[in-house]
Design a protein around this ligand. Structure first.
Ligand code: ZN
Length: 215
């Protein structure tokens, strides 16, 4: 219970600190949200995106799952995406992977993990598509790091293919899609692909990562 108490204590201290400078901070946000970003990231506890990027409450709509997957059968993800794009009108959708991702590591191994293996099937597919490239890396760590990146690129492509994003682009080229990676070792976010804003950019993404995203 001591750990749980710490959460409430920290929450009270944070609210006091914020409202000392801005007494209406929370009441202003209670009536509406106008986030510019939808963040799709891994559920890993070491990737607290709001803390890492310094955004305030109300600035980022967030969806997290194991290994930051964008699966066309995932009603949870699709509902979040539709609301973010069609109602909140976010400008940016960011897929963020991270090094040392347990989900990617599980997909690389032979062990049986039960239900989560179904979830990670897309990553196993990427491993097969990129087998030649991945096998060429000298160390297991280098293979692992590259697969984390390929997984992000695959999910950006999956995102671009959803009817939600396709329809939004037909209406006015929002949102921009971005793929980034978080390096746990130095705490920095790094760009993989930025500002995918329509079919042309998707084709370029496809060309650059043909074996990853398929055709
Ligand atoms: Zn992860």
């Amino acid at each position: 219970m001591e750990n749980l108490k710490r959460l409430f204590d920290n929450n009270r201290a944070l609210v006091e600190q914020i409202t000392r400078d801005d007494p209406d901070f929370f009441s202003r946000r209670a009536s509406k949200q106008e986030p510019h970003f939808l963040f799709i990231g891994c559920a890993d506890s070491r990737v607290p995106i709001e803390t890492l990027t310094g955004v305030a409450p109300g600035e980022m709509f967030v969806h997290r799952n194991i290994a930051n997957q964008v699966l066309p059968s995932d009603l949870n993800l699709l509902s979040v995406l539709q609301y973010a794009v069609e109602v909140l009108d976010v400008k940016h959708v960011i897929v963020c992977g991270h090094h040392q991702c347990g989900g990617v590591r599980a997909a690389m191994g032979e062990a049986n993990h039960g239900l989560v293996d179904f979830w990670l099937a897309g990553i196993r597919d990427s491993i097969q598509r990129h087998k030649e490239e991945i096998d060429a890396y000298a160390t297991d760590q280098a293979k692992f790091d590259r697969l984390v990146e390929l997984n992000v690129l695959r999910q950006v492509f999956n995102l671009a293919r959803t009817p939600i994003v396709q329809n939004a682009w037909k209406r006015g080229r929002r949102p921009l899609l971005h793929g980034i990676v978080y390096d746990l070792k130095d705490g920095l976010l790094r760009e993989l692909v930025l500002a995918v804003d329509g079919p042309d950019k998707v084709r370029a993404l496809l060309e650059a990562n043909r074996r990853s995203v398929g055709d």
